[in-house]
Ligand binder design. Structure first.
Ligand SMILES: NC(=O)c1ccc[n+]([C@@H]2O[C@H](COP(=O)([O-])OP(=O)(O)OC[C@H]3O[C@@H](n4cnc5c(N)ncnc54)[C@H](OP(=O)(O)O)[C@@H]3O)[C@@H](O)[C@H]2O)c1
Length: 250
């Protein structure tokens, strides 16, 4: 570990976007603390000298707090956190399923809150750093078969906007990442054609560039899809619901 090496904590790092992002940061010379529940995958990743494994269940508030304390005692500093853990099972969202919706909210929303809470005091006292939350285009507006996942991501967007102001006062940057469709075990469960589907390497590249070379609040990709959805977000309900229903009925 060198004095000048930048340091990042990435959750959801055992698979998909988080794993690829962890490997990208490590390749760029960052020291990476990687977290998720599957310890054996993290340990395998930690064969890379720039990656260290910190197993964690984000649903457990104390686990998040203690994991961060362990990381900071070993890394001494953290410059950036990328909170990427998440879950989605489209089959379980075809009709309202309270148990499933609470589970998705617990992982996707409260899991991220637990992590942000774990780092809040550290970053505010340090008066610098960056917290980035992996949300989704599914949080922009209501979409079919997404009665748990969509609201969990919409809540994350609102949460990130809300804490942005307070953290900015302490010189801490807050940002969100809104991926379109990226091929991962999570989207492999989808049974519909995914427009502009991209690879995890594409996502990792966009995330790395967005977090290290821009100051934007939102990093979104691929633009072909996200800009279209941003336009749809501006439409009045009557037109938005009509268009989405037309596509859904096909
Ligand atoms: N793929 C896409 O198209 C897409 C689009 C928009 C947004 N996203 C978001 O991107 C993030 C990553 O998704 P992905 O597609 O890469 O999915 P993925 O391959 O299924 O990865 C999900 C990650 O979250 C971790 N995780 C799940 N529950 C956890 C828990 N309770 N505690 C700690 N870690 C937990 C998983 O690790 P363990 O199972 O080892 O715990 C895994 O590392 C998610 O937030 C997702 O909502 C994905």
């Amino acid at each position: 570990m060198s004095e000048n090496q930048k340091k990042v904590w990435i959750t959801g790092g055992s698979s998909g976007i988080g794993k690829s992002t962890a490997e990208k940061f490590a390749k760029e010379g960052w020291l990476v603390a990687v977290s998720a529940r599957r310890q054996e995958i993290l340990e395998d990743m930690a064969k890379n000298p720039n990656i260290s494994s910190y197993p964690l269940d984000v649903v457990n508030e104390d686990n998040c707090k203690n994991t961060f304390l362990k990381i900071i005692s070993e890394f001494k500093e953290i410059d950036l956190c990328i909170f990427c853990s998440g879950t989605y099972d489209p089959k379980k969202e075809k009709e309202i399923n309270i148990k499933q919706n609470k589970f998705v909210m617990d992982v996707n929303y409260f899991g991220v809150l637990n992590c942000v809470k774990a780092v809040e005091k550290y970053f505010k006292e340090r008066k610098g750093g960056h917290i980035s939350i992996v949300s989704s285009i599914a949080g922009y507006r209501g979409l079919p078969n997404s009665s748990g996942y969509g609201p969990s991501k919409a809540a994350l967007n609102n949460f990130a906007e809300s804490i942005y102001f307070d953290f900015k006062k302490h010189n801490v940057r807050v940002s969100i990442i809104s991926p379109g469709f990226i091929k991962t075990p999570l989207t492999d469960k989808n049974d519909f054609p995914m427009p502009f589907l991209r690879s995890v390497d594409f996502a990792a590249e966009k995330i790395y560039t967005g977090l290290t070379r821009s100051n934007s609040f939102e990093i979104h990709f691929p633009k072909q899809l996200t800009l279209l959805l941003k336009f749809l977000r501006l439409l009045p309900y009557k037109i938005y619901l009509f268009l989405i229903y037309k596509l859904y009925k096909r």
